[in-house]
Design a protein around this ligand. Structure first.
Ligand SMILES: Cc1cc2nc3c(=O)[nH]c(=O)nc-3n(C[C@H](O)[C@H](O)[C@H](O)COP(=O)(O)OP(=O)(O)OC[C@H]3O[C@@H](n4cnc5c(N)ncnc54)[C@H](O)[C@@H]3O)c2cc1C
Length: 505
């Protein structure tokens, strides 16, 4: 059995000897015990438990043709549109268990991306990266490893390509190639869950040209490697976790991101998938971005459910549950949540078969999904705050509630409807605060998988405006150059589909 339990995962990451991990300036040796990182470990753990829990087991497992065995779905290569839909469904369900990002999707999307890109490379005659990738994939699946996906470079001046940057450290780069491997230096930013992972899959962050070839690098490396330093980022409300309470800081589940510094790190050649092949970077980024944008339709909808439930409960606690405007706000929140989910499911079931036994998400629907996600969580949070009342920003702390001198007063004055206690109210207020105003729901929703402008660029690339213009000219009775096809949508093929087809010829 290659499927690990959550406890097996936790014990495997408790001992680190080479990587340096820092939280608030201090080095952390055991991420599983540190109050700042433990909630993140618990959230990651939920992805392992999902393969065992009765309610998620079916979604949490998949059949691997590489091992001819069942594996944890988080390391699976999607083999059908239904597989892709199962991803979105699993993510929604896991949000219900964690109320936070569970951090394992970026690594999963990175595997699926490399599967396609190395196949395209092999079709062009570059077979070694494909062989290395398949061996790596089997290793990951067999050991049921927790992966981070490290794509985002620190990027310096955004409008300049890596080779044009005045600061040569703006993008991760290859500094030396030997017969045994490569040395890399640079930093990747905003990497989700990284301190709680066992392996990192590192990918280039943008399309590059021949002059950028030193930066066109993709590889996999154990997180516990000499020369890697992880600086865990601050978050809203983060210091509350250090208080080790059980109401205020959502101490049970959370996520973290880190700045990952590679200080002349050696990567053995059998772990290198791209080193200089700049011509594949555009396709790689397009494939990864669409996979990751699709997934947000699941996890953010799941967080939406948590916030809707908490808002409805708080409305009941303060006696406004039946007020028409509250009902209407809850209905709006449901609409926003289900719209994100519907788009994610559409991106899955309208998937594109891009190579033998491998399916890519529908790129238009995937970009639409992420664009909705960039907008709707803020609206959902606004409605939740409206329903919850000002208390969501002003409530006394857990420590006031636990102070014997204050407890009685707080219980007396903060109670609403008598079926509920003031503690019931405080717990819900804190849940809304932590989930709706946390990094995962607010900031990741906007920037994760690329800022909103990146999706708008994809819309204009994919949508065939000329075709739409000819359609309307014909209907208006004007001379039109229109060739009707069987396809209902006026969409063009992506670069990735063209690449895959070109190589299939
Ligand atoms: C919570 C969270 C988790 C994340 N997890 C991961 C992860 O696990 N792995 C990973 O690899 N990445 C991760 N990311 C990174 C994410 O993919 C990036 O944040 C995203 O791609 C945007 O990059 P940026 O943050 O550098 O912002 P920028 O790209 O700098 O965006 C800032 C602004 O600049 C604009 N801009 C950028 N470039 C240009 C240009 N060339 N021309 C004009 N305007 C431009 C943007 O549109 C935006 O308005 C995560 C991000 C967040 C917030």
């Amino acid at each position: 059995m290659v499927i690990r339990t959550g406890d097996q995962y936790v014990s495997s990451i408790s001992k680190r000897s080479k990587v340096e991990i820092y939280v608030l300036g201090k080095e952390v040796k055991d991420v599983t015990k540190h109050p700042f990182l433990k909630p993140s470990v618990m959230s990651f753990k939920a992805t392992f438990d999902a393969a065992w829990d009765e309610d998620t087991k079916e979604l949490g497992r998949a059949w691997s043709p590489y091992l001819e065995e069942e594996i944890n779905r988080f390391n699976h290569i999607h083999r059908s549109p239904e597989d892709l839909a199962a991803k979105v469904k699993l993510l929604r369900k896991l949000s219900h268990k964690t109320g936070a990002c569970f951090q394992r999707c970026v690594g999963w999307d990175s595997l699926n991306t490399l599967n396609i890109v190395t196949k395209i490379m092999a079709n062009k005659g570059r077979t070694e990266p494909r062989d290395r990738f398949v061996e790596y994939l089997k290793y990951v699946q067999k050991n049921d490893l927790a992966l981070a996906g490290a794509m985002t470079d620190v990027k310096g001046i955004r409008t300049l390509k890596p080779s044009q940057q005045p600061n040569k450290n703006a993008y991760l780069r290859v500094t030396e190639v030997t017969k045994d491997g490569i040395y890399v230096s640079g930093a990747k930013a905003n990497i989700t869950g990284v301190a709680a992972t066992e392996e990192m899959v590192v990918l280039p962050t943008r399309a590059m040209g021949p002059e950028d070839k030193d930066y066109a690098v993709a590889f996999a490396i154990p997180t516990d490697t000499e020369g890697i330093k992880i600086v865990v980022g601050r978050q809203i409300n983060d210091a509350r976790r250090m208080e080790e309470g059980e109401i205020d800081g959502l101490p049970y589940f959370y996520n973290h991101e880190g700045l990952v510094i590679f200080d002349n790190v050696f990567v053995p050649m059998n772990r290198v998938f791209l080193a200089g092949e700049w011509e594949y970077t555009g396709t790689l980024v397009e494939i990864f971005a669409a996979y990751h944008r699709q997934g947000y339709g699941g996890c953010k909808a799941g967080l939406g459910d948590v916030i809707i439930g908490a808002s409805a409960d708080l409305a009941r606690q303060i006696g406004v549950e039946k007020a028409p405007h509250v009902q209407d706000k809850l209905t709006e929140m449901i609409f926003l949540t289900e719209t994100m989910y519907s788009a994610g499911i559409a991106a899955s079931l309208n998937a594109v078969k891009i190579c033998d036994n491998c399916w890519w998400v529908n790129p238009m629907h995937a970009n639409v999904t992420k664009h909705l996600v960039a907008r709707f969580p803020a609206q959902i949070s606004q409605l939740a705050i409206d329903i919850a009342g000002g208390m969501v920003g002003t409530a006394p702390s857990e420590w006031d509630l636990k102070n014997p001198k204050l407890k009685e007063y707080i219980m007396r004055y903060l109670q609403g409807v008598e079926d509920f206690t003031a503690e019931d109210r405080l717990r819900m207020v804190r849940l809304i605060e932590n989930v709706s105003m946390g990094v995962a729901f607010q900031i990741e929703s906007i920037h994760g998988a690329g800022s909103p402008a990146a999706q708008r660029i994809m819309f204009s690339r994919l949508y065939d405006l000329d075709l739409a213009r000819e359609i309307s000219k014909k209907l208006a009775g004007r001379k039109a150059d229109l060739k009707m096809t069987t396809k209902p949508e006026p969409w063009r093929e992506t670069q990735s589909e063209q690449e895959a087809k070109e190589h299939d010829k």
